[in-house]
Design a protein around this ligand. Structure first.
Ligand SMILES: [Zn+2]
Length: 121
């Protein structure tokens, strides 16, 4: 499937915003055990499988990813922020696998819910 220019722009914007958010709210990037991350994921998406893995290689870099009901978290990304990002993918329409408006709504809902008010949003 060809990635549209709009989809690439959405992804670039989202990743930039995530860097700022995670720097401002370090609790989102604090290392968590895979067991705790699995419990959080199960509460949000019963049936989702969260595994510790290498991640997917994209242009020589490894990234955590979601595919269907599977989330693979690489070692350096086992944190709440990355888990919520991947859960927002799992909760979405698997045919539209991008970071557009629908994804952003799901992701923001998860961030607000799991920040317990600490994000100031
Ligand atoms: Zn994503």
């Amino acid at each position: 499937m060809k990635t549209s220019v709009r989809a690439m722009l959405y992804t670039k914007q989202l990743y930039r915003a995530e860097v700022e958010l995670m720097n401002a709210k370090p609790q989102l990037k604090r290392d968590k055990g895979i067991g705790e991350l699995r419990r959080i994921a199960q509460r949000e998406c019963p049936g989702v499988k969260v595994v510790a893995g290498r991640g997917a290689s994209i242009k020589g870099n490894l990234y955590s990813f979601a595919q269907g009901n599977l989330i693979v978290l690489k070692r350096s990304q086992r944190c709440l922020g990355v888990l919520l990002h991947e859960l927002a993918h799992v909760q979405g329409n698997q045919r539209e696998y991008d970071h557009g408006p629908a994804f952003r709504r799901r992701y923001l809902r998860l961030l607000v819910k799991h920040s317990k008010g600490s994000l100031g949003i």
